[in-house]
Design a binder for this molecule. Structure first.
Ligand code: ATP
Length: 264
């Protein structure tokens, strides 16, 4: 699976259409003497949906931290559109189109849905933070994103008043208003009731299929992933155990062995 190391061109140069959107090459992260992510090599093509599965503590969130720039790798490289971003901080990666959601909610309970998205729009486009509406250039963008995420009727509700599924939609809305090309979704179904899962799954499918966004998603529920993901990456003890179509991965005896008793 491992490909020869080809350092990306310097950040800022023109993109080559042949480059994958994202390429990890021998990427790893060690902290306090422990290796949490080890020797991950993979490419993600434009418009692909790649899902990460693996037992608790396998290193999935840590890998997302490395891709989004929350932590920097201690081994290997990361390239976006062929440009080496290995040492780039998170805000520069966000500016280049990498957006992410977090496993635990990142919302402000007392702030309205509308204001969450408005602040995210201001953060994404630059400028000072203002929550009054007069002469606000983001109103149309905010309304559009709330409509796309099915939250138009909840614009004036506070985050605390939302159901778990609506909170997850709001996190997606906050992400979407920055128009990310590469979306990292870390367990977007976490805490969501069974009745709300289908609508949330459909929203993510739309963002991928109809809006053509490249999606990387950590998810424990295989039933959610089987209808969504083009490929599954299985992580185990910080390593990539398998990377293939959902059908091939679930039939892989090594994967089944790793999951024995953990219910793949
Ligand atoms: N900053 C850190 N310092 C030390 N250990 C860490 C740090 N961050 C993560 N770890 C450890 O790295 C391992 C992988 O954690 P990570 O959250 O990436 O796994 P995960 O696959 O996302 O798990 P889950 O499915 O439970 O969310 C865990 O054992 C965790 O305790």
């Amino acid at each position: 699976m491992s490909a020869p190391h080809t350092p990306g061109r310097q950040d800022g140069g023109p993109a080559d259409p042949a480059d994958p959107v994202l390429r990890l090459d021998g990427t790893g992260w060690s902290v306090g003497g422990a290796t949490i992510v080890q020797d991950i090599t993979l490419s993600v093509r434009e418009g692909e949906f790649l899902a990460f599965i693996g037992p608790n503590g396998a290193g999935k969130t840590s890998l997302f931290n490395l891709i989004s720039g929350l932590t920097l790798p201690t081994a290997g490289t990361i390239a976006l559109d062929g440009a080496d971003i290995t040492d780039r901080p998170a805000h520069l990666r966000a500016r280049r189109g990498i957006g992410r959601t977090f496993q635990t909610s990142s919302l402000w309970p007392a702030m309205t849905v509308d204001d969450h998205v408005r602040l995210a729009a201001q953060a994404a486009r630059g400028g000072s933070y203002r929550l009054w509406r007069r002469a606000d250039p983001f109103t149309a963008d905010v309304a559009g994103v709330l409509e796309r995420t099915g939250l138009g009727h909840r614009a004036r509700a506070t985050a605390a008043e939302l159901s778990h599924g609506e909170k997850r939609k709001l996190e997606l809305a906050v992400l979407l208003v920055g128009e990310p090309r590469l979306m990292l979704l870390d367990e977007p179904m976490a805490g969501v009731s069974a009745e709300e899962v289908p609508a949330l799954t459909e929203l993510i499918r739309t963002l991928h299929r109809e809006e053509g966004r490249t999606v990387l998603m950590v998810e424990h529920h295989m039933d959610v992933l089987l209808g969504l993901a083009d490929r599954l990456a299985v992580m185990h003890h910080g390593r990539l155990l398998a990377l293939d179509t959902p059908e091939a991965v679930t039939a892989d005896p090594t994967v089944q062995q790793a999951y024995l008793g953990e219910g793949l």
